[in-house]
Design a protein around this ligand. Sequence first.
Ligand code: SF4
Length: 370
Amino acid sequence: MKFVDEYRESESVRRLARALARRTTRPWTLMEVCGGQTHAFLKFGLDALLPKEIELIHGPGCPVCVTPVEAIDRALDLAARADVIFCSFGDMLRVPGSERDLLAVKAAGGDVRMVYAPLDAVRLARDNLTKQVIFFAVGFETTTPATALAVLTAARQGIENFSLLTAHVLVPPALESLLASPNCRVQGFLAAGHVCAVVGYREYEPIARRNRVPIVVTGFEPLDLLQGVYRCVNQLEEGRFEVENSYGRVVLPDGNPSARAMVDEVFGAVPQRWRGMGEIPASGLALRPRYAAFDAARRFRATEPRTEPESPCIAGLILQGIEKPRDCPAFGRECTPEHPLGAPMVSSEGVCAAYYRYRRLERSGQGAKG
Ligand code: SF4
């Protein structure tokens, strides 16, 4: 197949759903890791095509959602400084910190700008030499090469008024952490194809073996997603626990070596706090010492972390696949995309936003399984 339409062709999708139903003999619980996949399952109604034995639970693959509140508070403090232009991807602007969000800082006079790429922030720094330009670097392995490129560009061009507030996160340690939880119900993972396009899938192989879970690298179109589920179920039915690449048109076993080398040049793995999941060893990235001059956390004095306010938000449980959005008492009531109480309702990859957009009119227990 060459064109995206072919991956959405309804008869092929139905045929694959029927094959999946024939292949499934027992209940299986699968997690799609990426928020983009969650949205696609719900948007295309694929969850409703799955056999009743298969339950999908939704993973932590929404970068905005897992950014800890203390990182957002730090961003808010920096963005409020008169000498700073604070740059962020759009989703991050509305994610609540402990007291307000970046849009509120902007409304109060802060110079907060939405950018589409980290290099935009480098350009802003070059054009505004009297200001400090800070880029809020969030995201999984998919976005880290662009951040690394920004740092390398700033270093090469001698742009000293550019820095990063870094909250990047890595998928494999998060999967290990989920699997180690006594509450974990995951029997197989659909791994995020775009992450694997950068880093490949070798790192997943020991995780699959050690934990006896199939991991299928999966794309984002309807046929990709159903194929990912089929291959996961097929392994489970056969008692196999391997990594399979179901997104071969994009993903190679070693990913993109140039992108990986660039990231490795700039960043090293460090422990990282995830919202609702606590600290996970080696799951974040910090600038290596030779690029430490670009670290906003070092350039600007840290402020005291604030106490998180009481909130009905159960994002932590949702991001671990323990609960679903409709289990949250605030879903669709106090918490809506217009008035989000938590990041999963803000982000374009957030699971609460996906349920609100595609499933809020259905009664609990119908449509999306669970
Ligand atoms: S519906 Fe809103 S309050 Fe509830 S978990 Fe989702 S983001 Fe948090």
